[in-house]
Ligand binder design. Structure first.
Ligand SMILES: Cc1ncc(COP(=O)(O)O)c(C=O)c1O
Length: 353
């Protein structure tokens, strides 16, 4: 696959302080664009990062026919670039495409697009431990038409952003609250797809939680308001009586790649893993009985995010005295050691170049 490259007039690389990065504020010199028309994806192109022309009637602005992904590349101990679990992110991207009636993209095209971009942007992969290059592929519908219907044209893009470690001061436990009124997603809806609508639904409850002094919302299911689903933009795990429990992927939950990696490691380490529904009452009862050992979120941004406190209605519980648990720390250490090439990649999770 030949990708045409339009060179940047002047690289902005030296303007970026790679030692003091935030999340998602600076972008690389180049981006990739590939359009879909006449029933097929056209040739991709790499162009300087910058504004794109869109019309006010572009349907995805109005009806949200959009999907995206979030992948990371790491600078390894060996001085190479490691991309973590790329086929798995690609698989999830196409699954989101199917739910949103967006044409899928082959793994070859996805892989080549990312490889060509990163070859140009090697210097944008930060070298410090904990830092990485965040890769954001996304697809949006581009028909200029105000009737609600499946678009006939699309744009696939990839932008890159060097990002800092999620935790500057180590793995600080977060405080969660359930949302009485609002839900993130409903079974049969869009919850299992990585599409902006789910994030839009989360903004108001997340804002309310933050105003009450909590870090994120602990999402309960939309029908009974009892089953725990996710936390903020992460999957959630509980350690109760030495057993790792996480809600099953039953349609309203995003199929997290970090969740999958943690479950794989847990099984490898001989920890009992149970993917099953868990209600908020069961979790509170386990805490009161002294059996709730650890709670943590899993996601690409933070890897592991320990939970120190949970509030539901009038009840508050403190988890593991508000400190990170032994297992949470072990998962974090293991996954990041693999990502940075400090431990062998025995599951074949890395694409190294
Ligand atoms: C809603 C939601 N759940 C879970 C996750 C965790 O998924 P992953 O581990 O693939 O980043 C994310 C982040 O992508 C998310 O946005």
């Amino acid at each position: 696959m030949k990708i045409n490259i339009t060179p940047v007039a002047q690289s902005k690389i030296n303007e970026v302080d790679m030692k003091h990065l935030t999340f998602g504020d600076v972008f690389s010199d180049y981006m990739l664009i590939m359009d879909y028309k006449n029933g097929q994806w056209q040739a991709p192109q790499i162009v300087p990062y910058g504004e794109i022309n869109i019309m006010p009637a572009m349907c995805s602005l109005h009806y949200g026919q959009v999907i995206f992904e979030g992948v990371k590349a790491f600078y390894s101990k060996q001085g190479k670039i490691n991309i973590f679990r790329l086929p798995k992110y690609h698989e999830r991207m196409n699954k989101s495409c199917r739910r949103l009636c967006i044409p899928e993209i082959s793994y070859d095209v996805f892989l080549n697009s990312i490889m060509e971009l990163i070859k140009l942007e090697r210097a944008r992969v930060p070298h410090q431990r904990g830092y990485s290059l965040y890769i954001r592929p996304f697809i949006f519908a581009t028909d200029n038409h105000l009737g609600v219907r499946v678009s006939m044209t699309y744009r696939f893009m990839i932008i890159l952003s060097p990002v800092e470690s999620y935790y500057k001061e180590g793995l600080n436990p977060i405080r969660l609250i359930t949302s009485g009124e609002y839900v993130r997603a409903v079974k049969g809806g869009l919850g299992a797809a990585k599409t902006p609508a789910n994030y839009a639904a989360s903004l108001l409850p997340a804002d309310e939680a933050q105003k009450k002094g909590f870090t994120q919302v602990l999402w309960l299911d939309a029908i009974t308001h009892k089953n725990i689903e996710e936390v903020g933009t992460m999957n959630i795990c509980f350690v109760i009586n030495n057993e790792l429990i996480t809600p099953p992927l039953d349609g309203s939950i995003l199929e997290g790649i970090t969740r999958d990696s943690v479950l794989r490691l847990a099984r490898e380490w001989g920890i009992k893993v149970n993917e099953r529904q868990i209600t908020i009452e069961e979790m509170i009862a386990a805490s009161h009985a002294g059996k709730l050992e650890e709670v943590f979120g899993t996601g690409t941004a933070a890897v592991i995010s320990p939970v120190g406190e949970i509030k539901h209605l009038e009840t508050s519980i403190i988890v593991n005295k508000g400190k990170i648990g032994v297992l949470s720390q072990k998962f974090y250490d293991e996954v990041t050691a693999i990502q940075y090439g400090e431990k062998p990649d025995k599951f074949g999770w890395l694409l190294t170049f």
